[in-house]
Design a protein around this ligand. Structure first.
Ligand SMILES: [Zn+2]
Ligand SMILES: [Zn+2]
Length: 418
């Protein structure tokens, strides 16, 4: 027993010695390698380096590249995480185009810090509020913040004139009559005007052609007549934006060879009942017949075979994303993004890169692209004597502000006499 114990012990000892010797040899070897590696680090401890997010105004757009930013991907009811439909396309030649301008999207557009003078071209796919509800915000806030030219708007006609884009925008301008009157003679209001291009919703046609950019509209099938989708072609690249629609032949035709194909993908019918509080009848009708269900989205993309597909128009949450993705994957296996607000795609011939935008929640007005013009106080509408009579005497506290400004800026700013 003793001998066997001693044999085992010896055996173990010799094994341990061999292992230790082996490890020692390896250990010395590793230590030398590690020392050599530390001599020349792979990443600088001080230099800036590429990050995996997009920070607005921190990257130069290549002359042959398009950057697309999702400024609204959600549903018709507002929520902080998702504005309603809006995609911004920025081209390497400096041109910028807004496709749909749904509720809440202007806040996102402004967070990108782009001078509003360059946010002056909007293409509306249809006149549901979740696709054009923020047009008034872009009209007014864009005009205040430095768009000193008309807001240019493209959109479809309707089955009757009053259902078309021109009538909607005319009504919007009338709605802001007081807003504009209150600004006359106070600030530069050259941007408080529109240039509307209403086109026939039934046609496949070029609706914009400037600086090598071609934008086509083509019919969609959604709710009633008068919904369209768009394609943008520039520099050998093609981006397609589908506003709301039931799957249709025009999208398949016009999205052929698209680099990025953006198409609605509605929330699943069970989620419409549990989250949108729809009746089963309404969920089935709206979720599959008025819109494109996830399975149908996949079928559309399998027919189009774009370089990259983008699905939007559903609440993107932890519990909805899985089911939407699973449903799409029953019919489509290609490259895909499930869009959420602030997602960004850089598209070029070389590749397509998807990232998220990191933005400043406290961003203020974007910088001015052009200086404001001085205005004449003669244009002011003013107050009636009845309202004027209610003014308190504040001259003692306000006149010093004028004096300070005069001193600082070296010009005379007299305190206004009423
Ligand atoms: Zn719609
Ligand atoms: Zn919609």
């Amino acid at each position: 027993m003793n001998s066997s114990v001693s044999k085992m012990a010896w055996g173990n000892v010799s094994g341990v010695v061999l292992i230790v010797l082996g490890l020692a040899a390896l250990g010395v070897h590793f230590a030398v390698d590690a020392q050599e590696d530390r001599g020349q680090p792979l990443i600088s401890p001080t230099d800036a380096r590429d990050r995996d997010f997009y920070a607005p105004n921190s990257e130069t757009l290549d002359p042959d590249e398009i950057r697309i930013i999702a400024c609204g991907t959600g549903m018709p009811t507002p929520r902080p995480a998702q504005a309603a439909a809006c995609f911004l396309m920025e081209l390497g030649n400096g041109e910028k185009f807004i496709f749909d301008i749904g509720d809440g999207s202007v806040e996102r557009l402004f967070a990108l810090g782009i001078p509003t003078a360059f946010l002056d071209k909007v293409f509306i796919g249809h006149l549901h509020g979740d696709h054009f509800g923020d047009i008034g915000s872009l009209f007014v806030a864009g005009g205040i913040a430095g768009r000193f030219s008309p807001l240019r708007i493209w959109g479809p006609s309707g089955a009757t004139p009053e259902l078309g884009t021109a009538a909607a925008i005319d009504a919007m301008e009338k709605m802001f009559a007081w807003d504009l009157a209150g600004r006359l003679g106070q600030t530069d209001v050259r941007g408080f005007t529109t240039e509307v291009h209403e086109f026939d919703y039934r046609k496949e046609q070029i609706v914009y052609e400037e600086n090598g950019v071609v934008i086509r509209s083509f019919p969609a099938i959604h709710a009633i007549d008068g919904s369209v989708s768009y394609s943008l072609e520039w520099n050998g690249l093609k981006i397609v934006f589908g506003s709301d629609t039931f799957p249709n032949k025009w999208f398949i035709r016009n999205a052929k060879n698209a680099d990025l194909a953006i198409h609605e993908c509605f929330i699943a019918v069970p989620d419409m009942m549990s989250k949108f509080r729809s009746t089963p009848e309404a969920a089935l009708q709206v979720g599959t017949q008025i819109h494109t269900a996830p399975e149908a989205f996949g079928k559309v993309m399998s027919m189009v075979k774009p370089r990259h597909a983008v699905a939007y128009h559903f609440w993107k949450d932890t519990d909805t994303t899985g089911p939407v993705l699973e449903s799409i994957r029953t019919t489509y296996g290609g490259p895909l993004s499930l869009a959420q607000d602030y997602m960004v795609w850089n598209v070029s011939k070389e590749g397509i890169r998807e990232r998220m935008t990191i933005f400043d929640e406290h961003s203020v007005n974007p910088p001015l692209a052009y200086p404001a013009m001085p205005v004449s106080p003669d244009e002011r509408v003013g107050y009636s004597p009845e309202i004027e009579a209610g003014r308190l005497d504040m001259r003692d506290v306000l006149e010093p502000i004028y004096k300070k400004a005069s001193e600082k800026l070296g010009r005379d700013f007299p305190y206004p006499e009423n």
